[in-house]
Design a protein around this ligand. Structure first.
Ligand code: GTP
Ligand code: MG
Length: 242
């Protein structure tokens, strides 16, 4: 659609496989093992979202739902410096919402809906989408309840993305049980958590993994308009780059 935009990852190669970046009015998910750069990408997008549209930005504010306590304003300052935007303004334009448990994570959406109604916001980050649901619904018998709550949560997020023309970017973990991944995984042997509910909600999914040395690899898994291509990227003080 005409008013849709895409937010750059900070890496030209990665933007290339995404046709320019993460699209608004849709839910984008990256998943992968620890230290592959999910949170660093989330920080980079917080800055990119504020950039002019002709530079891969969204010209708007950002809401950041932090479920793991890993948001660092110092990193925003460093990334803003790389892109030549005022670091203090860059930090001020990010509304941080720390979620304590899955119920709280869902309730935060009510406040964020009010923020989005100002029309100033272009990006919603959720780092990470499932972690708190996983903790709150641990038992085997609770899986159905968990998936139901997660479904409600994602449904609301999807409506907000659509209504306010926002890019939703969420991070996700991979299943740690090697038995389960051997049984169900795709070619890469890694399966995102969240089951069908999350698979259905995510418009675009990207699998991240460690490559050679400092190199990381992003692979599109499931996208309506991007083929399953790979791109390499690195993590620097200035955020994600080629
Ligand atoms: P989990 O949340 O644990 O699953 O991992 P993640 O995928 O979110 O990883 P994260 O984005 O936190 O990436 C961690 C990597 O980023 C580590 O290898 C760090 O060395 C690297 N990193 C973080 N900050 C900097 C920085 O300022 N400079 C550089 N060069 N690397 C950084
Ligand atoms: Mg992280």
């Amino acid at each position: 659609r005409k008013t849709c935009f895409r937010i750059s990852t900070g890496s030209k190669q990665w933007d290339g496989i995404l046709n320019g970046g993460f699209q608004s009015r849709s839910i984008n998910e990256v998943y992968g093992e620890f230290r592959c750069g999910k949170t660093q990408l989330a920080h980079t997008l917080c800055v990119m979202a504020q950039m002019p549209k002709d530079q891969g930005g969204g010209e708007g504010k950002v809401a950041y739902v932090d479920t793991e306590g890993t948001f660092r304003p110092e990193r925003i300052i460093q990334i803003a410096e790389r892109f030549g935007i005022d670091p203090e303004t860059a930090v001020e334009n990010i509304t941080i919402a720390r979620a304590d448990n899955s119920e709280h994570q869902h309730e935060l959406l009510t406040q964020l809906n009010e923020n989005f109604a100002t029309g100033e916001y272009r990006l919603l980050v959720i780092d990470s989408i499932c972690a708190l649901f996983r903790v709150d619904f641990m038992g085997r018998g609770e899986l159905n309840a968990r998936q139901q709550m997660l479904g409600l949560h994602l449904n609301r997020i999807g409506h907000m993305a659509e209504e306010f023309n926002i890019t939703v970017f969420m991070t996700n973990q991979v299943q740690s049980d090697p038995g389960a991944s051997a049984l169900f995984a795709g070619a890469d042997g890694r399966k995102p958590i969240g089951g069908h509910v999350l698979a259905h909600a995510s418009t675009t999914r990207v699998l991240l993994r460690k490559g050679r040395g400092e190199e990381r690899v992003a692979k599109i898994q499931d996208s309506p308009d991007c083929p399953e291509r790979e791109a390499t990227y690195i993590i620097t003080t200035g955020g994600i780059t080629d």
